[in-house]
Write a protein that binds this ligand. Structure first.
Ligand code: ACO
Length: 436
């Protein structure tokens, strides 16, 4: 599949006022009316840099994987609307789609699942790593460490120039993430690690490794399996967000895939990104009761108060996050199936209603994002808050790998190296200690 944008007939002319310098810049056209000004020659030809901290207007790559129209609330994986995939597909099939670019045939899907299943175990020595962490270590801290450490165990899949080794590394990462994640949880509660069972699918296996104990089998609830599958599917990719860009940047130096994914996990951890699902729950606990919502909404609007409504707002979506719609329905399904009447859900629904009617949130286009509901579902499933972002990382590993693979195979790929606008002191002479 070609990932090259077309060069449009139109160009943009940059005029440097007060000089006779002008620069004609090509316009590039992607799919769905996406367009960009190609400024790659800007620095060489003019000595100017493009200044864009936070990259709000900067495209770092061409990509054929995920498309987002934030104003219209559209999210497509390889062209397929996320709502259709959530309804008709499953996480494994969607993973194949993201990695390979097309929906698998029955045989392709089966072969893919078989490959993943064969890699669920981790090197026995890696289990020893967990003992080095405090019992109360945050599981994301453990994940950054152990996923990075995979590069010290699987030397036969580190050559990024070998397509077969890249494939094996990707199977290993997707298959081992649930095992490593469940081990982080088991370690935190002092229970023995549970080995994966290869007669179970990835999602079932994860729940089994989380909740089974050697003396008792875990009986899988199909509603929870479906809900977890959907959470993973909805989080699998989201184009050039902070963690994916981190993976690409790390990978641009030709670092090995395990190290790159560990860097993505680190970037995902922050509360402005993947850490938001954990932050939503902490916020709901902090608010405590429906009667306190108005006070907290006022705090969120107060410029002098750092408090923000977690799970609201998005850099790209200036409309309802399409994933949040699906999550909302799943949330109700799970609570009904488990017979849970959770005051947190009531609080969340009321908070959503009040915020959506508030002129501040309307004006700034702050809608609930995917994390707003995923936290409540995970809580209902008995998953501790500290594991929420880990589950997000399990899902996003597929997207990170798809994006990393795309980058490695892009002939125009270079090491990522942003420039800066230097505002420090001009060159000055060293002053010896007794003269300072
Ligand atoms: N609560 C209150 N005010 C908010 C919120 C919020 N959740 N989000 C944005 N705003 C306000 C800002 O104060 C700012 O106001 P101003 O224009 O008066 O200065 C305006 O809306 C724009 O916000 P920015 O922070 O400039 O927008 P940005 O695109 O940089 O940030 C972000 C997006 C980080 C997601 C932000 O909305 C936020 O912090 N949300 C809460 C955390 C969260 O839910 N993160 C999950 C993101 S989704 C994901 O990673 C899966």
């Amino acid at each position: 599949m070609s990932t090259s944008a077309k060069q449009a007939q139109r160009t943009v002319t940059l005029t440097f006022n007060g000089t006779d310098k002008i620069l004609e810049l090509p316009i590039l056209e992607g799919t769905n009316g996406n367009q960009g000004i190609d400024i790659r020659q800007l620095f060489d030809k003019t000595g100017y840099i493009a200044f864009d901290p936070g990259f709000t207007s900067t495209g770092s790559c061409e990509s054929a994987i995920t498309y987002i129209d934030g104003d219209r609330g559209i999210l497509l994986y390889r062209g397929y609307p996320i709502e259709q995939l959530a309804l008709h597909s499953d996480f494994m099939e969607t993973s194949y789609l993201l990695l390979r670019g097309h929906l698998p045939s029955r045989d392709e899907k089966q072969a893919f699942e078989q490959r993943i299943v064969r890699h669920t175990m981790v090197h026995e020595q890696l289990r020893g790593f967990y003992q080095g962490f405090r019992r109360d270590a945050h599981p994301m801290a453990i994940m950054v460490g152990v996923v990075g450490a995979l590069s010290a165990f699987y030397h036969d899949s580190l050559d990024i120039n070998d397509p077969e080794q890249r494939d094996i590394a990707s199977y290993r990462l997707i298959a081992k993430m649930p095992t490593l994640a469940a081990m982080a949880y088991k370690y935190s509660i002092g229970q023995p690690f549970i080995y994966p069972k290869n007669n179970l699918g990835l999602v079932e296996n994860f729940l089994h490794m989380m909740f089974a104990v050697p003396c008792e089998e875990y009986i899988l609830n199909p509603v929870l399996v479906k809900a977890m599958d959907r959470i993973l599917l909805l989080h699998a990719d989201h184009e050039q967000n902070a963690s994916t860009s981190t993976v690409r940047l790390a990978g641009s130096s030709r670092a090995n895939p395990f190290a790159c994914i560990a860097s993505g996990i680190a970037a995902l951890w922050g509360p402005a990104h993947g850490g938001a699902n954990e932050a939503v729950l902490s916020m709901l606990v902090q608010i405590g009761h429906k009667s306190n919502i108005k006070e907290y909404v006022a705090k969120a609007k107060d410029k002098n108060d750092p408090f923000r409504l977690m799970g609201f707002g998005h850099r790209v979506y200036k409309n309802y996050d399409p994933r949040a719609n699906v999550m909302r329905d799943t949330c109700h399904e799970v609570l009904a199936s488990l017979g849970i009447d959770d005051p947190m859900l009531e609080l969340a629904v009321e908070l959503e209603r009040i915020a959506l009617e508030d002129p501040y949130f309307i004006e700034k286009k702050l809608y609930p994002n995917v994390d707003f509901y995923s936290g409540i579902i995970l809580r209902a499933m008995g998953i501790p808050t500290s594991m929420f972002t880990v589950i997000f990382a399990m899902a996003r590993t597929v997207g990170w790998i798809a994006q990393w693979m795309e980058m490695i195979q892009d002939p125009s790929q270079k090491i990522g190296r942003p420039r800066q606008l230097y505002i420090g002191p001009e060159a000055r002479d060293y002053v010896s200690k007794d003269l300072r």
